[in-house]
Design a binder for this molecule. Structure first.
Ligand code: ATP
Ligand code: MG
Length: 600
């Protein structure tokens, strides 16, 4: 994608305004007394680590922080393109950080798939010969040390209330919370207790470490949020080293600060967490543990796509209950699924960049994405002929015209009407051809110009034929169409257009057609917002979202590589399936139609 094209698509947004302001300020303040210089030691670390490093060569730092507990979906693409895109546009660096602080549900399979999809979208975490791929679980030691520091400063305490007591004592939107009876223990007592937690002296859930902030705060997130819990679980990176794990709200700000993130961009639901984010980092910077200037959190609205679910829980349910064939089922809004379906990374990036970055969650209509997809594919997908619902067309005067039934009349067509460099594709005309069943009507309806007895039609890139009738089986089903070739009408030869016809149809020679399985996909849900209101999203699954047909393809499609994309003339865009396609058993997925056919 060219830079100019990229920029044209990208409207300004409030994040760009903030970053431009921050960069300008940083420039003005350079070298001023008392201003914290932003140093970066080349790897994540505490205040001392960064103080020993040079000034950060990156003008700003963002991060994409997935939890490796599932596959990325189209909503994540928004966050990826936003974070990597801002870093690219403002001379910054974007980190790929696995937020793997939760020992349950996290797996290497997801880590690998996430890396693959970020790269597939066209982004790299390698910059200035440095990899910016990080794992939050590598910061467990620091997080523990920071917790002890908070305890020593009187900013955290071990609470032994039951989870139920804690819930009740937290209060709600209208009632302030009640202080825990354990809230006023001395730092020494808390430290001893916290170390016992770490050393496995207490069962899971017996107590938690909490920040000591304000149980009456109107912001419930500031009512002494939990920082650490006891959980005996094997972690995919640290094994059984820890039986206490940090809570997400405690871990995330620390991860940002250790990595010297400048703009920590997250979705709207974290807005109420921002005061705690700042509270925590200020205390740890005051204690000399974290380098200043500290990162700032900014929230933007989630991207939702109509006719799609993007909750990991619901996506997992679709997979585990076999409503789809897997995470990469071509109907899934996961990036692995969309890739298999044939979506191009360029179209996903263009769609995501065109959607505003605002303070509101947005619902984007699926047709917007399909519009970008078509615009991208139109310019680069080679054309091919395919018959998806085959009916045999017998040319009864073939031997008369060509001297023998064995004759094959060579035909050709451009691989792409506007890309001559893609060359020509070759196929041939024989006595029996495959045409679409809908291209014949024994009794034509009004305005029908294709095959019906007595009518002349052009076989695209071939001859004009005149339909003479059809053959039927004992039950009256049409088994073949009969026609005669009109002499001297071969496309591209002088005088070929002397015979005027109103209809043009596509065809594939039966003597050379390649048999293929073609999977015709439709949207997975029947309603724009599956699961909205009281509805169970599973009851809104489209029962006809996948139809498999046996098709005939033109010979140039024999042996194409998996993931090659084509426009099957008049049918739409198709891709050779990356999992099931074989040279001797082609399998194609329908990516999308030639124009928006939804609801029509
Ligand atoms: P969950 O927290 O339920 O596991 P998640 O979708 O928040 O799911 P994460 O792995 O935490 O998953 O997400 C990584 C990043 O992607 C986060 O910064 C998150 O805010 C962002 N993100 C997730 N979904 C969307 C979306 N629909 N639109 C924009 N950003 C999103
Ligand atoms: Mg999340």
């Amino acid at each position: 994608m060219s830079q100019a094209h990229d920029d044209a698509l990208k409207p300004s947004n409030f994040l760009r305004t903030i970053i431009e302001r921050d960069l300008e300020q940083a420039e003005q303040q350079q070298g001023q007394l008392g201003m914290a210089e932003r140093r970066f030691a080349g790897s994540p670390g505490d205040a001392a680590h960064h103080a020993a490093g040079p000034l950060d060569p990156a003008k700003m730092r963002t991060r994409f922080p997935p939890e490796p507990n599932g596959y990325l979906h189209i909503g994540h693409a928004k966050s990826i393109c936003l974070n990597f895109g801002l870093a690219r546009d403002y001379g910054g660096v974007c980190h790929l950080r696995f937020d793997d602080t939760n020992p349950e549900k996290e797996e290497q399979e997801y880590v690998d798939a996430i890396k693959e999809m970020v790269a597939w979208l066209g982004w790299s975490w390698d910059q200035n010969d440095t990899s910016h791929l990080f794992y939050a679980s590598n910061y467990f030691d620091f997080m523990y040390r920071a917790a002890e520091t908070l305890i020593e400063g009187g900013h955290a305490y071990v609470d032994e209330q039951t989870p139920e007591e804690m819930r009740v004592n937290r209060g709600d939107f209208t009632t302030p919370g009640t202080n825990s009876p354990f809230r006023d223990r001395s730092p020494a007592e808390n430290l001893a207790r916290f170390r016992e937690m770490r050393d496995g002296k207490h069962p899971d859930g017996a107590m938690v470490l909490r920040a000591k902030i304000d149980m009456a705060s109107p912001n419930i997130n500031l009512r002494d949020p939990a920082l650490y819990r006891i959980r005996r679980a094997t972690h995919h990176n640290t094994g059984d080293q820890w039986c206490i794990y940090p809570m997400y709200t405690y871990a995330h700000p620390i991860e940002d600060a250790l990595e010297r993130i400048t703009h920590s961009i997250c979705t709207l639901e974290f807005e109420d967490q921002r005061p705690f984010y700042d509270w925590l980092l200020e205390h740890l910077a005051d204690a000399g543990l974290l380098a200043r200037p500290l990162p700032h959190q900014y929230e933007f609205g989630r991207l939702n796509l109509s006719y799609v679910v993007t909750s990991k829980r619901k996506l997992r349910q679709l997979v585990e209950e076999n409503h789809v064939s897997g995470w990469d089922d071509p109907r899934m809004p996961t990036l692995v699924g969309m890739r298999r379906r044939g979506y191009t990374p360029e179209s996903i990036r263009a769609m995501v960049d065109s959607t505003a970055v605002t303070k509101q969650n947005a619902w984007i209509d699926y047709s917007v994405l399909d519009g970008y997809l078509r615009a991208d594919l139109e310019g680069k997908a080679a054309r091919a002929s395919a018959v998806l619902d085959p009916l045999k067309l017998k040319l009864t005067n073939f031997a008369e015209i060509f001297g023998s039934l064995e004759h094959r009349e060579p035909c050709s067509a451009p691989a792409h009407p506007h890309l001559p460099e893609l060359g020509q594709r070759s196929f041939s005309f024989g006595p029996e051809l495959w045409v679409e069943r809908e291209d014949f009507m024994e009794v034509p309806s009004k305005g029908y110009h294709r095959l019906f007895p007595g009518n002349k039609t052009r076989l695209k890139y071939g001859y004009v034929v005149e339909c003479t009738g059809c053959e039927k089986d004992a039950d009256g089903n049409i088994t073949a169409v009969l026609a005669t070739i009109v002499p001297d009408t071969k496309s591209g030869t002088p005088g070929s257009d002397a015979v005027k016809v109103k209809g043009v149809i596509t065809w594939v020679g039966a003597h050379e057609a390649v048999a293929a399985e073609v999977r015709l996909y439709d949207r997975l849900f029947t309603v724009p917002q599956p699961g909205a209101g009281e509805a169970d999203f599973l009851t809104e699954i489209n029962p006809d979202s996948c139809r498999v047909v046996q098709a005939w393809l033109e010979p140039s499609l024999a042996g194409v590589a998996a993931e090659s994309r084509f426009q099957f003339e008049r049918h739409g865009y198709f891709i050779a399936d990356r999992k099931d396609h074989r040279a001797d058993r082609p399998v194609f997925n329908k990516i999308t139609g030639l124009r928006d056919g939804w609801g029509k």
